[in-house]
Design a protein around this ligand. Structure first.
Ligand SMILES: [Zn+2]
Ligand SMILES: [Zn+2]
Length: 318
């Protein structure tokens, strides 16, 4: 089989050929049908995630079929947890001290085959094709965990309108929330895309929304946006940071935080998040916009994501 692997940070992925991996007890061999390209993969390739190993096969938005049963499953970022630490024992396995993540500690889906712990695989609603389902596995899931942390916020701001935001905006809209989408100033394509996904307003991240936000989610990996979001959020509101890596947040006035505003990050996911999100995805017909690439063009997909050359999500097809 072929895999596109990262051998060292800041180097292009290289194709490697070999036998499919042998599943260990509890694992299943999966034939990969589609694998989404997440911004986390860019951080990994750029050496910004020292916790990840190299060489590694990236990819944690995997849709594939279990070879032994033919069942279609999704493989998300959370690949294994210890089941014994204080986090695992308190419903917070996303924070497990010994967690292993797909495409980080464990070889992921930039490959024709992979193995995964069956307990961490997720069902994929039938209504989605393989490529359309791939972005649900991280962009959808992490966005959903961020969304749940926003409580019943009606006016919801989203900073950075990529793969996660375009799925979340549709869920928020279906729930009767108003979405205010903030994009890179001057990025008309992103602005138009946000409105098409259900945002009721879209503007530059340097602009103020037409009304104060009840909560904001920051997907863009730019620390200064946390302060912009805080200033746009009303008293008692939350600013949720959805990325695994972000540039430093500059210092800011305490007055911007005061009034019981809070800043919180979202880290990883639990299996419960996965189950709940897939229920939502089965109920609401989410339209994911995907740009597909052959597996061998994984580097081009990463470059295009970095440069913002497409709207929505990139997906590799082995
Ligand atoms: Zn644990
Ligand atoms: Zn991801």
């Amino acid at each position: 089989m072929k895999a596109m692997r990262l051998f060292a940070p800041r180097q292009p992925l290289r194709e490697e050929a070999g036998d499919p991996p042998a599943p260990a007890p509890g694992q299943v061999l999966i034939k990969v049908r589609a694998c989404g390209v997440c911004r986390t993969d860019l951080h990994l390739a750029d050496g910004e995630l020292p916790q990840c190993r190299a060489p590694v096969t990236p990819g944690h938005e995997v849709v594939g079929t279990i070879v032994s049963t033919g069942a279609r499953v999704g493989v998300p970022w959370l690949g294994w947890t210890c089941g014994a630490c204080e986090y695992c024992n308190s419903g917070r396995e996303n924070l497990c001290e010994r967690a292993r993540f797909t495409g980080c500690h464990l070889d992921g889906g930039y490959a024709e085959y992979m193995v995964a712990d069956e307990r961490f695989c997720l069902p994929i609603p039938e209504r989605y094709g393989d490529a359309e389902a791939a972005p649900l596995l991280c962009a959808g899931l992490i966005g959903f965990r961020c969304y749940r942390k926003c409580g019943d916020a009606r006016a919801l701001g989203i900073y950075g309108f990529g793969a996660a935001a375009h799925i979340l905006a549709q869920i928020a809209r279906a729930d009767g929330r108003d979405v205010f989408a903030f994009v890179r100033p001057g990025d008309e394509a992103a602005r138009t895309f946000a409105l098409a996904c259900g945002a009721s307003w879209s503007g530059g991240s340097n602009e103020a929304p037409p009304e104060p936000l009840d909560a904001a989610i920051v997907f863009a990996p730019a620390g200064p946006l946390v302060i912009s979001a805080l200033k746009a959020t009303r008293k008692g509101g939350a600013v949720i940071c959805g990325g695994i890596h972000m540039s430093d947040i500059p210092s800011f006035r305490y007055a911007d935080l005061w009034g019981e505003r809070r800043i919180e990050s979202v880290a990883n996911l639990t299996r419960e998040d996965g189950a709940r999100f897939m229920e939502v995805a089965a109920r609401i017909a989410l339209k994911t916009r995907v740009k597909t690439y052959p597996l061998a063009q994984a580097n081009a997909a990463l470059d295009d994501l970095r440069a913002g050359r497409f709207s929505g999500a990139a997906v590799l097809l082995p």
